[in-house]
Design a protein around this ligand. Structure first.
Ligand code: 5RP
Length: 252
């Protein structure tokens, strides 16, 4: 389904070029149209999901939505939702979620995703794995032919204990695909990036196609020391893509 992302510009005016953040916001607002009063909602993490959470907060404040319960996928989203007055809970009290809305780093033609460049992949996978409908919101730069083929990071959350050992094992798993595993760091001194779950993240970079994604997923999860990876296979039910030519809604 395609619709203009913004009203058509008048013939006498130059076309409006939207920024990437404006496209993210358009996708996010479109996704919030799926939200109904009384729903338990998975609240995603990242710059695109942030627009959706802001929008939900606005609609609650305006009285256009009510009786919403949000299940945040990160401490950051928890803070944002709290500041907007969105009632919050967790998976322990609400194990069944009606709808989750979140961004992604890559989306392939089968609606498989890479997530976690923002570091929240474990909680995202737990929450989004428990929802009836998972709506992914992206700008068109996130569309790829093959996951991992963009040359950008495929994140894996690992326990800090002997992280080099686990990073080497991950790299060796995908030797044929020219994989390089790098510990994610932050700050001026390059300290390890620590997730909300007090784990580390190893980013995998591939020179060649990873091949069978399910086999790759199983192999990664089989390694002791790995907590979760950022491939979200067969989880998205809808992907909303905002591009210069309009919005595309892809359904599973
Ligand atoms: C965080 C994520 C984000 O959804 C993903 O990184 C996309 O982020 P953004 O919307 O900022 O482009 O998976 O762990």
């Amino acid at each position: 389904v395609s619709a203009p992302a913004s009203p058509p510009s008048s013939p006498s005016l130059p076309p409006v070029i939207l920024t990437q953040d404006e496209l993210k916001k358009i996708a996010a607002y479109k996704a919030v149209e799926y939200v109904e009063s009384g729903m338990v909602l998975g609240l995603g993490t990242g710059s695109t999901a942030k627009h959706a959470v802001d929008r939900i907060g606005d609609l609650l404040r305006q009285g256009k939505l009510h009786d919403i319960v949000g299940i945040p996928t990160s401490k950051k989203t928890h803070e944002q939702a709290l500041s907007l007055g969105i009632p919050l809970a967790d998976l322990d009290s609400h194990p069944a979620i009606d709808l989750a809305i979140d961004g992604a780093d890559e989306v392939d033609p089968h609606l498989n995703l890479v997530k976690g460049r923002g570091g929240s992949l474990l909680r995202e996978k737990m929450v989004e794995g428990a929802c009836r409908k998972f709506v992914v919101i992206v700008d068109e730069s996130k569309l790829v032919k093959h996951l991992g083929g963009s040359g950008l990071a495929m994140p894996v959350e690992i326990v800090p204990f002997c992280w080099k050992f686990t990073a080497n094992r991950l790299q060796n798993l995908f030797q044929d695909a020219g994989c390089v595993a790098k510990l994610r760091t932050c700050g001026a001194n390059g300290e390890p990036y620590v997730t909300d779950n007090r784990n580390y993240i190893v980013d995998l970079y591939f020179k060649e196609d990873i091949g069978d994604l399910k086999a790759a997923s199983d192999a990664i999860l089989h390694l002791a020391g790995v907590v979760e990876h950022g491939m979200f296979l067969d989880m998205a039910t809808t992907v909303i893509v905002a591009g210069e030519l309009g919005i595309t809604v892809k359904n599973k």
